[in-house]
Structure formats: C-alpha cells, structure tokens
Design a protein around this ligand. Structure first.
Ligand code: ATP
Length: 239
C-alpha cells in the first residue's frame, strides 16, 4: 500500500478579511519529499504556507499533518507537532546575536542541554554562522541572514520545514549556497515544502511541483518534466 501522506491539504479556502486568496487548494506531500510551489506573484503560494503554519485560519477545507487536522490550530502548537517555517522576509532579530536568534527557535524545548546540542548541530551545518555566533544578526549579509532564518527554523527539529522564498534578494552565488543547504537538509530526512520565485532553483531542489494560479492549483508535475519542457513552464508561469 502507498505510504500515507505527511501533509494533505484538501479543498483549502483562505482569505484576508473578506478577500478570498485561496479557492480550494488540494495537495499532498509524502514523508521525505521536497515539493515546490511555483506560480506568478500573488498566486497564493505564501498564503498556503501561512495557513499550514497556523498564521492564517482556513475558512473551508482541511489541513492534515500526520493524519491529524491542524487547520486553525495555534502556531506554537503546530511547531510542537513538528512543522517549522522560515518566513519570506527572513525576520531575524537584528539587534540580537546569531546565537540568541538560534536559541529563540527552540523556545518550546525546556532542556538547556538539548538546546545546546541543537545549536551545535546548526553550527555544523552552517560554519559561517558559527564563526559569527556573537555577531548581531542585523550586521550579517542577506545570505547569512537567510541561513540564520533556516537554522533557527531547524532549532525546533521539524519533521516538515516550510521555506518561503529562501533566495529572495540574494546574489545568484548566495542563492546557490542556500539551495545546497536545502538539498542537504532534505538528504538528512527532513520533508521540505518550498515557495520560490526562482523556478530553476526550486525545481532542482524539489522532486515535484504544484503550479499555482490565482489561488488555485492548476497543475502538478515532476520537476524533471517541467525542467525539460521550457514551453510548458512558460505557459504556466507567463515567461
Ligand atoms: P508572492 O510571491 O508575491 O508572495 P504568492 O503566490 O505567495 O505571491 P500570496 O502572497 O499568497 O501569493 O498572495 C495571494 C493573494 O492574497 C494575493 O491576491 C495577495 O494580494 C493577497 N494577499 C497576500 N497577503 C495579503 C495580506 N497580508 N493582506 C491582504 N491580502 C493579501
């Protein structure tokens, strides 16, 4: 029998006030997969991630994680169940150190020893953060801040990591580094759901993608198929 999906959205409707943003999104993510959400600006990709992490409440439909309905649950309970999000605008605390930012990512963990173990693990993955552990986050480069935001999300030891535009505002070289890290995290068994404007980066990190258009999923494809068919991609993404 097929493995049960780790995450399953069924007919999800979400809005901002009275304005509907998602009109019945359905998608699934299997344990261990990396899946990308692609599509034009405003298509509803970030809104989908915000609903999964509990920042927005669905008006209809369901979000199931490990078989449990988490739609509308409080964000900290959702983190406690194993979902962490690295938000679009990075949102590191600029006047706190790298180390302090990381520790905040483990706010649900009561054991100091465990928190320190997790910090050590993040430093192993991001040597540049280790070198800068006493530096104020606001003084890091854009790429380093992105690494810090991802590292902080990993501090809750998530089963599912939600990444919103990890390469936004980065140089191509830094973006490549961030995507190397994403692939590494995925190799270590973390399931990843990724929103990314840079479709090439998204599709080389993810095995599958859902294409969004005006609050709906209009296609679901293997990444290899999309990468090999530029015309199809242009048709979906408008060039
Ligand atoms: P982008 O890459 O631009 O973030 P997206 O596909 O992630 O695109 P969303 O940000 O999810 O799209 O936006 C979906 C719809 O919801 C858009 O019509 C957008 O204008 C609207 N929207 C997004 N954020 C808000 C907000 N905070 N308040 C009101 N409307 C919003």
């Amino acid at each position: 029998a097929a493995t049960a999906p780790l995450l399953e959205l069924d007919n999800l409707h979400v809005g901002y006030g009275k304005t509907a943003a998602l009109h019945g999104v359905s998608l699934r993510v299997q344990p261990g997969e990396t899946v990308a959400l692609i599509g034009a600006n405003g298509a509803g990709k970030s809104t989908t991630l915000r609903a999964i992490s509990g920042l927005l409440k669905p008006t209809r439909g369901s979000i199931r994680f490990n078989g449990r309905d988490i739609g509308g649950m409080a964000p900290d309970r959702i983190v406690g169940l194993g979902i962490a999000q690295s938000p679009e605008e990075r949102h590191v605390w600029p006047s706190m150190t790298v180390y302090e930012n990381l520790v905040l990512g483990a706010y649900l963990c009561r054991s100091q020893a465990t928190v320190q173990q997790r910090v050590a693990k993040v430093y192993e993955r991001f040597p540049r953060l280790k070198e800068r552990h006493q530096q104020l986050a606001g003084t890091l480069s854009g790429g380093e801040q992105q690494m810090l935001a991802i590292g902080r999300a990993l501090m809750s030891e998530p089963v599912l990591l939600l990444l919103d535009e990890p390469s936004l505002g980065l140089s191509p070289k830094m973006a490549d580094e961030v995507f190397d890290v994403v692939r590494e995290i995925s190799r270590q068994g973390v399931t990843v759901l990724l929103v990314e404007q840079n479709v090439h980066n998204a599709l080389t990190a993810a095995s599958r993608a859902y294409v969004f258009e005006t609050g709906r999923v209009v296609a679901e494809r293997e990444s290899a198929g999309l990468l090999g068919d530029p015309e199809l991609l242009t048709a979906y993404l408008g060039g």
